[in-house]
Design a protein. Sequence first.
Length: 413
Amino acid sequence: MTAFTYRGGTLCADNVALSAIAEQVGTPCYVYSAKRLRENYQNFCAPLASLSPLICYAVKACPNIAVIRTLAECGAGADVTSAGELERALAAGIKPEKIIFSGVGKTRDEIAAALKANIHQINVESISELRVISEVAHSLNITAPIALRVNPDVVANTHHKIATGEMGTKFGIDSTQLPEAMSLTRSLPALDLKGFHVHIGSHLFDYENFRDAYTKLADMVRYWREQGFDLTRLDLGGGVGITYDGQTQAPFADYASVVLGTVGNLGCAIAFEPGRFLVGDAGVLIARVVHDKQGEQKRFLIIDAGMNDLVRPAMYDARHSIMPVKENTTEAKAADVVGPVCETSDMFGEDYLLSGVGSGDLVAIMQAGAYAAAMASTYNGRALVPEVLVDGGSFRIIRRRISVKEQMEWETL
Ligand SMILES: *Cc1c(COP(=O)(O)O)cnc(C)c1O
């Protein structure tokens, strides 16, 4: 069940009218459903329950501390990719022992921050990083719990900008370099190798890609155990896709059976790092139509949200579904939905059918919980878009709008 449905002719988040939020907070504005966040978390856990996994929310998908807190209250840990995200996860109340630190470019300072916070695990992406972690840990007199992120060399069926599991991408340790990395974990001081990590990409809809990666991972565990390594943990990454406009996703239970069938019997503690799955469909971006422009060849609905507020269409060729906030069943005339920013790429999509929508009306851009507000900028002299959380029949602002006047206070003449 979606969190966003019409009630009494108005699109609501749970039972709060989006029009009421728009009136109070203004547009554009992100709205998240706490109820949906919790449901998504439960839906992820349920078919994997037999593994009692550690579920580390990939904070980069939507790093608002109120969103992290909502998932933390469900029991989630965090997967962070910078010291800034680590700070956010801790501030939101996630226990350090449930935090995993991933990413190819961790600096010495970031590694030190993670070690001092006593987090669950650092995922190591290169031999260079392995040496640095060892040095930093040694100097702090701490033993670093690590997992090696391996590059399983599988082609992930997704947008090329978010495929991360192929040889030739910057991610993970290539299989040819794994023997060197494994022996370094023994010879370098202050490292405690716990296991392996894979993350082959984001928004995957073909679970066979996961089967390939996890099968290779299981083979690696068996092989390296034979060589005398005590491997007790596997981190299976994130990447499960969701349904956007016109796309379908196989049931999540199928993903769970891939997991159980490949790595379920190794006796390893299993961790996951879902991002999009937990937050993607729990958010919408509400916007108002500024102009209904009938061009010579095309009709444009120009809205007050732009690519700076939601960059996914411009960056990943994404198409989000769009719904009128006021329900209308009359026949619609197709329109391209575009933003105000001075770039042709500032376009949400072509030929939307939005009945009853014209100048002044509100629309909701759906599935805007993941990689949406997280990637918002102030490009084109625009305010930083606010965020609202709906919970238990009411809503609250969880990030206020940051005006241009305020932004200029960050600057000096
Ligand atoms: C981005 C990322 C994730 C989350 O990916 P989703 O597709 O949002 O589930 C998980 N792990 C790592 C290492 C990532 O970089």
